[in-house]
Ligand binder design. Sequence first.
Ligand SMILES: C[S@@+](CC[C@H](N)C(=O)[O-])C[C@H]1O[C@@H](n2cnc3c(N)ncnc32)[C@H](O)[C@@H]1O
Length: 299
Amino acid sequence: MEVLALIGSPRKQGNTDIMADEVLEGAKAMGATTSKVYLDDYNIRPIAEVADKIRKVRPPIYYWYKDYYSAIDSSHAFSEYSRRVFGKNLGQHGFSDLTQIHMMLGIVQLNASSSVLDAGCGSGKIAEYISDLTQASVTGIDYIPEAIIQAEKRTALKRDRLHFQVGDIETPVYDNESLDLILSIDSIYFSDPKAILACWKRLLKPMGRMAIFYLSMDGSDLSIPLREISLSYDTYDLSRQNWEHQQLKYTVASEMQEAFEIEGNSFVWENIMRESIHNQEAYDPTVSPMRRYLYIVKT
Ligand SMILES: C[S@@+](CC[C@H](N)C(=O)[O-])C[C@H]1O[C@@H](n2cnc3c(N)ncnc32)[C@H](O)[C@@H]1O
């Protein structure tokens, strides 16, 4: 038997190289002939460009979210869990329950002439809920095609006010000064916040706003990037509510482990448990660095 290792990483003796050596050693011990080629030693640069493009379209979190949105779409356990934890099954993978969403809607006051972008919309049920309530035109954007396909199928009869796009929220294809509201519920963590806020600022109409729900486990916040690009904002502190929300996640998910297991959706349950708080003490900001804010950002 012959085993060839093709090393795509440019770093010799980096993790990939060391791991490949281990595999080749094992193969050799089983009697194979082994060899190794470093692709970086050859003039195949265009591959690096292609790899960059693939990384943009298929970032590492793509694979997890693809499975997540596919699983929860037909999961009775998730439906019951989210009804108890969020108040309604809106396919959430965040921390905003109905109370937080209604609080935000009370501030931004949308109507049938409003134009809204939900950045990082997942399967779009929150966007749909908001549009149904306010009649606003809402476009949801997310880079998980499976989630966007679900959203498009579900809302086919509401195309006059609901649209969905597979795309990158760092570079949404939108005209400058065309939006009344950009909504981001737990979607800004995966990007450079300053770059994304600067881009979103250009898309807002002169009186437009952003509503950004932001969770920080280490006390950090968005005040620095917001100030750096001269955006004024109001902050609503949701830390205590979030603490209680994460405690509720623990209580409900603990009761529902078996229901998720029976469906083969243990990975969803495990993720919920990672996002929950196990102790039943009251929130104390002097002890916990966790903070959750709603930023209402003005142009
Ligand atoms: C934590 S989930 C929140 C989903 C939804 N807003 C909610 O509250 O349930 C984050 C979502 O943002 C999307 N996302 C993150 N970064 C993105 C990017 N650069 N472009 C498009 N979507 C992105 C993910 O695919 C995921 O669906």
